[in-house]
Write a protein that binds this ligand. Structure first.
Ligand SMILES: [Zn+2]
Length: 684
């Protein structure tokens, strides 16, 4: 591992922060914290922490000795000074005299001694940092260190690898007890340059930021070199089918299998992030992969991301892909049963009241293909994949020098169910569409873009499909929530298929279709050019059928129901003069919606339509509004609000109707009017 310290960068950071009133100690603390945080082999998504002992002044002008320590919720790679809250040292040091300190009391003590009470909670490892005398203390979960400590009896190996330069601390859950034990190990030999924490990670320290950082990189390199020099030959590979199924063909099955059934056709769905590389595939093709996966996580705080460890499934045979759904299901069922037993056994050991977290795997290893991270959002799914890559590193190293033997699941349990983490989860309420993927056609138009945004605001990830790829990307950006844009001519079935493949590749599947794209052509029906009517049918009927077919194909693979929503326009029930080319295929699409409701209701797939009218959009442009209102001798405003309510109807109102349909769990084969009231079109 490369030492990234650079004098010029360090000086620049000190100078830049000096201009913002931040002292040199804290500026350098930010500098090396970012260096450590930027390396996934050291620190991942909130794992690891750093501190420095310095002085801070409160509002009364009193100066205090403080510990600036990483605050919870901050990512080391992008930390700022406010991510290292200052806690009064005197109180922290006094705590060492106590015999016991409950987690909640420890947090209360730390918060009560913050210089700025609006700071984030100081790290759970704050006391450990405080009890060590050095000015700078660095802590990581280095994968190379984990290769050494994730062994059944790691103490002699730690001694062999690091000699007397590093202290050895047996496994204790982070908190007050670990802080005291680590300080005792240091006091027994104050010449050590750091501490190795069994089954957990490494601390290094120094008189200045550079020394603590240099020592971290040095000892990580010592571990890396040892692993490289002592690597045993790799174990045998598992036999793979002659032809492997593609990730896209198994992704919806897997996504369906890890959705949490809430009963009565309701599911908490997850997003899947597929990741692969030669390194990943080489490792998970091992004949031992299911055994490794069953042993657990490489460092305990990963349990917050991937629970008790990954789930390994067999490689999918392209010729038997139809049978693979049952294979996945049996593995998920086994994972869930193990998890439930793990919870029940360990929960019964005391009187603490805990709620079991959902028992689904968060990381699935598929030999031959790669791995899928699962999470309630794309961000969480990607974090699970990131964690998976580092789990592989640590396990490969541990197996190279011995046998991967991480923390036991009994010891992992109190950490996964740590009361403070449970409280955090309870306050983390999902949105109505969290975990769901919506594909919107005509997604860059007025109604499509408003719908994508509204669904994304309600927790869904949107796949914005539009003829214009750039506009689709722009609408996806505006929708937010990691939505994506896809350019496609939806009258071409190949392009439709490609758009759905992209949705599966990025999110793992599709739950909601908003089939919205359309265009209007005018002319008296008896004199219409046949080619024009057929063209209108291609877009205003067959494209709806093509996207619905693809959506249903994926929904059936997932087995978690779904929603089809069609924009059928008021023309479907109340034709306008010279609008036959538009209204006739739209009428067919209205019945298409009902046919889907009828044919797929038993699979939990709902199908509804929205009759919108007179919305400012690509179909009703400002120029058309001017000409039509002029022809009727009314103002544009009167024309646009020419309905029973006397109010203009907007794209936002249509988006709201689609959202209503997506959330109305017992409504199918329905048509909803969004036209401000048009009695001639009110036959439903
Ligand atoms: Zn740690």
């Amino acid at each position: 591992m490369k030492n990234l310290w650079n004098d010029g960068d360090a000086e620049k950071m000190v100078a830049d922060y000096a201009g913002k009133g931040v002292g040199g100690d804290l500026a350098l603390r930010v500098y090396t914290t970012r260096l450590l945080g930027g390396e996934p082999r050291l620190v991942l998504h909130g794992g690891g922490n750093t501190s420095c002992k310095t002085k801070a002044t409160d509002l009364l002008g009193d100066e205090w000795d403080v510990l600036c320590v990483k605050g919870s919720g901050w990512d080391m790679a992008v930390i700022e000074p406010q991510g290292l809250p200052a806690v009064k040292m005197g109180a922290l040091l006094k705590a060492r005299r106590l015999n016991k300190l409950a987690d909640e009391d420890m947090v209360a003590l730390q918060r009560a001694n913050l210089i700025d009470p609006s700071s984030p909670n100081p790290s759970v490892e704050t006391l450990l940092h405080a009890f060590l005398p050095h000015k700078f203390v660095d802590h990581t979960h280095s994968t190379a260190i984990l290769a050494i400590v994730d062994q059944e009896d790691s103490k002699p190996l730690v001694k062999t690898v690091f000699g007397d330069k590093m202290g050895y601390v047996p496994y204790i859950m982070p908190g007050f007890d670990l802080a005291k034990a680590a300080a005792d190990v240091f006091d027994a030999d104050p010449t050590v340059e750091g501490l190795i924490l069994d089954k957990h990670g490494i601390f290094t320290f120094g008189d200045d930021a550079r020394q603590a950082y240099d020592r971290m990189i040095h000892y990580v390199n010592v571990a890396e070199d040892y692993v490289a020099r002592h690597a045993k030959p790799q174990p045998a590979k598992a036999a793979l089918p002659a032809k492997l199924a593609t990730p896209a063909s198994i992704s919806p099955m897997l996504r369906g299998a890890v959705a949490v059934a809430r009963g009565e056709g309701r599911f908490d769905r997850m997003i899947s992030d597929f990741r692969t590389s030669d390194t990943i595939v080489d490792f998970i093709n091992s004949a031992e992969i299911a055994d490794y996966a069953g042993r657990g996580v490489s460092t305990p705080d990963l349990s917050i991301r991937i629970k008790t460890g990954p789930m390994a499934v067999p490689a999918p045979d392209a010729d038997k892909v139809g049978d693979y759904k049952a294979v996945i299901k049996s593995h998920v069922d086994a994972f869930v049963a193990d998890y439930r037993a793990y919870f029940e056994t360990n929960d019964a050991l005391d009187d603490v009241k805990r709620t079991m977290l959902d028992p689904m795997p968060r990381l699935t290893l598929v030999p031959g293909l790669g791995m899928f991270g699962h999470g309630r959002t794309l961000k969480d799914a990607r974090i699970a994949s990131d964690v998976g890559e580092m789990w592989i590193e640590a396990v490969r190293g541990a197996e190279a020098v011995g046998r991967f033997h991480p923390l036991s699941k009994a010891d992992l349990f109190p950490l996964e169910y740590w009361s403070l983490e449970q409280a955090k989860l309870a306050s983390n309420k999902p949105k109505p569409l969290t975990g769901q993927v919506v594909l919107v056609t005509g997604g860059a138009g007025a109604i499509g873009a408003a719908t994508a945004k509204l669904f994304a605001d309600n927790g869904a990830h949107a796949v914005v499909v539009d003829l214009d790829a750039e506009k689709a990307a722009d609408a996806a950006r505006k929708a937010g929530n990691n939505s994506i844009g896809v350019g496609a001519d939806i009258t071409d079935p190949h392009q439709v298929r490609a758009a759905f493949d992209r949705a599966v590749a990025v999110f793992g599947g599709v739950d909601i279709l908003v089939s919205n794209a359309g265009a209007a052509w005018e002319g008296r029906i008896g004199e219409l050019d046949d080619a024009l009517l057929r063209k209108s049918f291609e877009l205003n009927f067959f494209a709806h059928q093509s996207v619905a077919q693809n959506a249903v194909r994926i929904m059936l693979e997932q087995g978690t129901g779904g929603v089809l929503l069609f924009n059928t326009s008021k023309q479907a029930v109340n034709p306008g003069p010279k609008f036959g080319a538009y209204g006739v295929p739209k009428a067919a699409t209205l019945f298409l919606s009902r046919q889907y409701a009828l044919d797929y209701g038993a699979h939990g797939i709902r199908s509804n339509a929205v009759n919108a009218d007179r919305i400012r959009s690509g179909i009703l442009t400002d120029a058309m509004i001017a000409s039509r209102s002029g022809a009727r001798g009314v103002s544009e405003k009167e024309y646009m609000s020419g309905n029973l309510l006397g109010q203009e109807v907007t794209a936002q109102d249509v988006a709201q109707a689609f959202l209503h349909h997506a959330l109305a769990e017992r409504t199918t084969a329905d048509v909803t009017t969004v036209d401000g009231g048009n009695i001639a079109a009110a036959l439903r």
